[in-house]
Design a protein around this ligand. Structure first.
Ligand code: ZN
Length: 289
């Protein structure tokens, strides 16, 4: 019997003091093997509860971590295939499997009648600097801190105009450019504070501005889910610090490659790029006057 069985054995499935979404999961547990809640769409995430006795959980054959209470998170890349298979296995046999239909999204695609400019050949200095920056970003994503931020209903890091949507892409005379990997929040002026959308551990706080991202802050929300905040004017936290949802973690700016002050917020679950807008309620309308 593992720790999860002990916990569930001790309090049963009608445990007290479980968060609302998990109560929902428990109620569904008898009819659905994984009690999934959330949006099975490209760029979205689902939470679930592994069947009792699960030894290994996999999504399309890749192992998915399970929290101590049996809950887990899975998410789907911007370009995820229409079907994903979730399977739970005991030590020697399959317990449950489920094919999840992942709804496609209508990404904003703009066709422009110009050729995609070939990237300029970078100088050796730049190439070296960029490689070091990318290595820091990779290391931050691989950190794997324990945080319960992934369980929370997220809040907007800042209130402003959505000036760029996740997934938007330009196609230059038939050649697709890179899609927009985050949600841009424009507040009009630099220096507006922004907050942590959920609890997390700071995995990168680049005080020396990166060439594209500028001052970059990355948070690990646990279970492979992370946030990145680009173009910051100022960072209010340091690497290794645990932050709480709503805590001011920096100020919005235009450092790195940015045309004006805005917060670019991107989210990933492992290698999948996610749409942060799906994790928060609709953006509040700015107050007039
Ligand atoms: Zn952006």
């Amino acid at each position: 019997m593992d720790r999860r069985d002990l916990i569930r054995g001790a309090c049963g499935l009608a445990a007290l003091a479980v968060p609302g979404w998990r109560r929902g999961l428990l109620a569904q547990q008898e009819t659905l093997p994984f009690g999934l809640t959330g949006q099975p769409v490209q760029g979205g995430a689902l939470r679930g509860l592994a069947p009792l006795g699960t030894h290994q959980l996999t999504l399309d054959g890749k192992a998915v971590p399970i929290a101590g209470d049996g809950t887990f998170l899975i998410a789907f890349d911007r370009d995820a295939a229409p079907k994903a298979e979730l399977a739970a296995a005991a030590a020697d046999h399959l317990l449950a499997s489920s094919v999840i239909a992942v709804s496609p999204r209508a990404w904003r695609i703009e066709h422009v009648p110009v050729h995609l400019r070939p990237p300029a050949v970078p100088s050796a200095d730049f190439a070296q600097r960029r490689a070091a920056e990318l290595a820091q970003i990779r290391a931050a994503r691989a950190a794997g801190h324990s945080s319960d931020g992934w369980r929370q209903a997220m809040i907007w890091p800042a209130v402003g105009r959505l000036s760029g949507r996740f997934g938007a892409q330009r196609v230059y005379n038939g050649t697709p450019g890179a899609y927009h990997s985050g949600t841009d929040i424009a507040t009009g002026t630099a220096g507006t504070p922004f907050v942590a959308p959920a609890d997390g551990v700071v995995t990168l706080a680049a005080e020396a501005a990166f060439s594209l991202e500028g001052r970059l802050l990355m948070l690990d929300h646990g279970m492979g889910l992370n946030s990145a905040f680009l173009h910051c004017a100022e960072l209010a936290v340091r690497a290794g610090e645990a932050v709480r949802q709503g805590q001011v973690i920096g100020r919005i700016g235009a450092t790195g490659r940015a045309t004006g002050p805005h917060l670019h917020w991107s989210m990933m679950w492992r290698d999948s790029r996610l749409d942060a807008e799906l994790f928060v309620p609709p953006m509040p309308q700015p107050s007039k006057g």
